[in-house]
Design a protein around this ligand. Sequence first.
Ligand code: SF4
Length: 775
Amino acid sequence: MSSEDGNGLTRRNLLKTGAAAAGAAALGGCLDDVPGLGTTDRSATPVANAETAFGNCWMCCHNCAQEVKVNDDTVVGITGVDGNPRGSAGPGTNGTLCPKGLAQLDKTHDPDRIKQPYIREDGELREATWDEAFEYTAERLREFDDEHGAETFLDAGSWAETPIFRTIWRDLYGTPERIGRGVHVCAGPTFVTGGMMGVGSNNRIPDYQNAEYLIMWGRNPLEAFAGQFEAKGILKAIEENDATLVTIDPQYTETAEKSDEWLPIEPRTDGALALAMAHVIIQEGRLDLEFVQEHTHGFEAYREAVADKTPEWAEEITGIDADKIREIARGFAEAAPAAGISIWTGTAQVSNGWKASQNITALNGLVGNIDRPGGLRLWKGTPTADPFEVCEWTPDDKGTDVTIGVDLPNNAAGKEPALHKYEEYGEYPFRHIEGIAHNLVPEMVENGHINGIYCHHDMPLKDGNAEAWLDALDEMDLVIAVDAYWNGVTRNADVVFADATQLEKDTMGTGSWSAYPEHQWVVGGKAAVEPQFNTKPDWEILTGIAEAMGWGEYFPWDDHEEFIDDQLQAVDLTLDELDSGEKNYELVGEYGYEQWRDEDGPAFSFDLDQVPPFVQAAEEAGMDTAPEWQPPGTYGDELDEEYPLEFYDIRSVFFSHGSDQGIDRCLDQFARKNELEDEDYRGNYLHLNPADAEPRGIETGDMVTIESETGEGELMAHVTETIKPGFVTAEYGFGEGSAQEDYEGMNTMKLHAKQMDPITGQPDRHVAVDVTGGD
Ligand code: SF4
């Protein structure tokens, strides 16, 4: 695809409109006149007379700062904060919120929220007081420990704003069992290969603003971003550095539309393309020889692995023209080190995703862009103090020693996780580097090795086999849920705690990658409004449970603000200081490039033969330790006559995983984007190419059935040229178990069985399907 699309929109004439306007278009309306969004009584309240407060957006947990207008304890307006590390393009640039960030205005006062605690009695959930809920939970937890053992209780606390849930369940209750989003749900192969190869698990975020060549590999960061600085940084690099943007994706996405090149690759063949690019770079001597010789390990194995992986070989597999492969490889190498590749879920949520990630990451070592301006940054997070560790601080300008910290017991010590304890799990075709895969939990419940769960804003039904998870929740003896919305977990819980939303609690966040490539940062704010209805912030919920369990001594802080202040001592700040003035973020440190020069040993590893856990895992899985080509179907599904289409579930800028599918304005915007706003349907859509739709008699707006070997569901068809023939997609987080009141649409995990990456257990979201049912 050239830089001009069918609508005559080119990247260059996009730029004529200026970066701010381009950003607004790309971000799907982030710069809407926020006060005008209100269609309820709230919009009648004049924003001009409102007070200003700050928030810290957590809808997708990426910390874009919010400036909030509050009138009479009602949020009447919300927008971004200029210069915010995650919500802007950097100093002096406009801070915004994306559509789901803006939706916090709706969420805070949403009458569909869970408004008070609930307890299950005689099979039904009934309203309860907070005291009742805390006492009942403590009683059930004690009984559970007596009957099953605390070590069979699973902590699924991935979405909480406070980290103390780990303290409660691991250190105090004493369970070693935990599932989280990172390695097993999000992009395990990306994170873990990055860590093993020497570029860290943040290897997916290049130094956008200093780049001259950017490859978005299976990513669409102009719509599905980890903070808006990604989209804005890319647009800034194009505008200021005349950077080349390349998108490799079977879909024609927003990012593809703004790219110089769109490579519509065959799904699951990314690893072959990366090897062929390496072949070109090595054969033509375009590698950074000094970096490779002086600072890397395993180059010989890599060189051998790509020796016969010509662009012609890859053309057969990937469907990308061999000359185009040469052109992209040359462009990337010529721009290096100011050349960055971004990978994330697109290349990771695949059963051959480990090797795709390793092959793609290896390209960076080859051109020496590691931690150099415009390349693959070794981002540094902000150090905060751990209030659960006893330590002393001498703040620079205060001159007094401050001792903080609480001595915790370690009640999970010596308790072996079921995954390692029972031989049932040794037979799986995967060897986890750490922790439990979501897909495995239902079987552990069936085997009696997991008997209860604490679920904090986590919705495992959308990340593991949905039907099996629903059965597992039913089977478990104790389900404790903390959430703001009713969904598949809260509806099936024994105790439901009504959580306050982000604008109703004190928050503090730090991160690494941002619009400030040489700075660490911290962002936070005090609650903008009181908790609405009869809800409580998660801090108070967790400390309430702790108090009822007799663990009060471990939480000596008067409130969450005091706890945050203890964390902030490491950067000599308080929440009060952070929340005052014109903004609620601080840049707190500075660090330079080429940090690997400070380390002993190689900066980068092509071959992982020196990483013992991986050597064993690779041997058991039948993999090489060096980059290699693994065809689709090596572990995951293969297409056949019965199931001839390849399905993959995708993200939308309007929704944050499974948590806000119940917000009407987001659903309406989403329908409008798909030009289906006139339909009486607010679920997810099945996007398919006319070449697949026409033989099946399917037109846009038809309800169709999608079926895999193990499951099926119904959703509305959206026939579009933006999807490659043979490839069909739908947004995830909808349907059964979602936060939508009527579960409209389809839970895409109903199509899955147990496909997963053999090393990390990451669910493989590519499934062989067929689609039927045109009107
Ligand atoms: S990207 Fe959007 S949802 Fe995520 S933190 Fe920023 S504004 Fe909030």
